[in-house]
Design a binder for this molecule. Structure first.
Ligand SMILES: *Cc1c(COP(=O)(O)O)cnc(C)c1O
Length: 451
């Protein structure tokens, strides 16, 4: 193999369909449950929140779903994204492994999130939605949605977790540049927000709390819908364009991946890079798929696989997933946007079935890996994918010991140019490692309903 560094596809090679892994699951997913009735929720239960097309995609068993032309046209703003071989990092590690990454940081919002935001805005527009309301943690999802809504002439209203609202002003500026309205959560605009503030006036918020606020606003208005940037089946499916492009680009590099790695908060960028490799894996190809999460929010490696609410208050349907308990409030010292209490039902089920492995790391070792990557490859990664990079480096060092020339593929799901304050605190030695204790998990798990 030559030492070609970048592998590009032309715009007309961009995939025309998303891959729906539900068609290939070892057993079907357990249904979402209605939060009041505790029985399976149907399309009517979701209709106040989502356009019907997305509700149908959520439960579809079709292996392939067409990407609308208008969505493909919008994708052309930044897609296809490059596949890059991390040759300098390989040399620095002295590994015989070949390391490839798909770079999603080239999107307008700087992450993979516009892949689903654009699709969701399109289907909402087609069904008469005027405003989309959502939550955002670190701000990546809110900015992706604000961008997508602006492209399709919709209003965006974003509840932003208060810890990030104060720490990450530039994401707020991006949302505003694209015309989005941003509110710090918990807020006094909703009953859910007021309830949280009554019991804890200094609450720094959480994704779960912000979800409660956004859902409450959405159900009160017919032309306002809700959108989620991760976790749900249709969101993960929209991300599969990443892995499908990667399959073609790895062919150009003449290197089928032995290991595919992604960081996992709700599971969408991991699903995006890895789901398209599952059909071959199920046919017997020996590809390892690895989810990497922070030790501070370890839903796969330490959570339980059970039904839980998607939000902090218990308004959303219950999903069968790996969860730390919906009342879990992650320690605000953790900088990464991987702080959700649950994991996507699809990733959870595939992990339970042994299709995925999972690992967790502390944040200092991840930033160290991120800095090594930046020094060798130039791009400064977002804090989230530094978790993937840490796992990549560990696997590449195993290859150094064994002499195996493995092909390692990972998703560089976003750049870190709006997260430099987190790098500052790492350089200053202020970053504290924090592993969630089993006592804390047990306490949060007490809130999980017995189904
Ligand atoms: C949102 C986000 C994540 C976490 O969400 P997933 O659904 O797990 O992908 C990770 N990295 C970046 C850059 C993000 O924007």
């Amino acid at each position: 193999m030559s030492d070609q560094k970048k592998f590009y596809l032309s715009e007309n090679e961009m995939p025309k369909q998303w891959y729906n892994v539900q068609a290939d699951l070892p057993s079907p997913l357990d249904p979402a449950l209605h939060p009041g009735r505790m029985d399976p929720a149907g399309p009517d239960d979701f209709a106040p929140l989502f356009p019907m097309e997305l509700i149908m995609q959520e439960v579809s068993q079709d292996r392939w779903i067409d990407i609308p032309d208008a969505v493909r046209d919008m994708y052309k703003t930044w897609r296809p994204t490059p596949l890059i071989r991390a040759i300098n990092l390989e040399k620095a590690l002295g590994t015989p492994a070949k390391i490839f990454y798909k770079y999603e940081g080239v999107s307008p919002a700087g992450s993979h999130k516009p892949n689903t935001a654009v699709a969701q805005a399109f289907y909402n527009k087609a069904e008469g939605t005027k405003q989309i309301v959502t939550e955002t943690g670190a701000g990546q999802w809110g900015s992706a949605l604000a961008y997508a809504c602006n492209q399709f002439g919709l209003e965006a209203k974003v509840f932003m977790v208060s810890a990030s609202y104060d720490q990450k002003p530039y994401r707020k500026s991006m949302m505003q540049a694209w015309g989005g309205a941003v509110t710090s959560s918990p807020s006094t605009e909703t009953e859910s927000g007021k309830k949280i503030l009554e019991s804890d006036p200094n609450s720094t918020g959480s994704l779960g709390i912000a979800i409660s606020e956004a859902v409450e606003v959405a159900v009160q208005n017919d032309t306002t819908k809700y959108a989620l940037g991760s976790v749900l089946n249709h969101v993960l499916m929209h991300q599969t364009i990443i892995g499908q492009e990667a399959i073609m680009q790895m062919e150009m590099a003449n290197a089928y991946p032995d290991i595919v790695i992604g960081c996992s908060g709700g599971g969408s960028n991991l699903a995006g890079i890895s789901f398209p490799f599952i059909p071959e894996k199920l046919k017997g190809k020996d590809t390892r798929l690895i989810a990497v999460e922070p030790a501070a929010s370890p839903s796969l490696t330490k959570g339980k696989f059970t039904y839980d609410f998607g939000d902090a208050i218990g308004m959303t349907p219950l999903l069968k997933m790996h969860t730390l308990g919906h009342t879990f409030v992650p320690n605000p010292i953790h900088a990464g946007g991987l702080r959700y209490h649950g994991m996507a039902p699809l990733i959870s089920a595939l992990y339970d079935a042994g299709v995925y492995e999972a690992k967790s790391y502390n944040q200092n070792e991840c930033f160290e890996a991120g800095v090594l990557f930046a020094k060798n490859e130039g791009i400064i990664p977002a804090p989230e994918p530094t978790h993937a990079i840490k796992a990549v480096i560990d696997e590449a060092l195993v290859c150094k010991e064994t002499g195996e020339e493995k092909n390692i593929l990972f998703n560089l799901c976003g750049h870190g140019y709006l997260d430099l304050s987190a790098y500052d605190s790492y350089f200053a030695g202020d970053m504290i490692d924090y592993s969630l204790s089993s006592d804390e998990i047990d306490r949060a798990m007490e809130s999980v309903p017995k189904v």
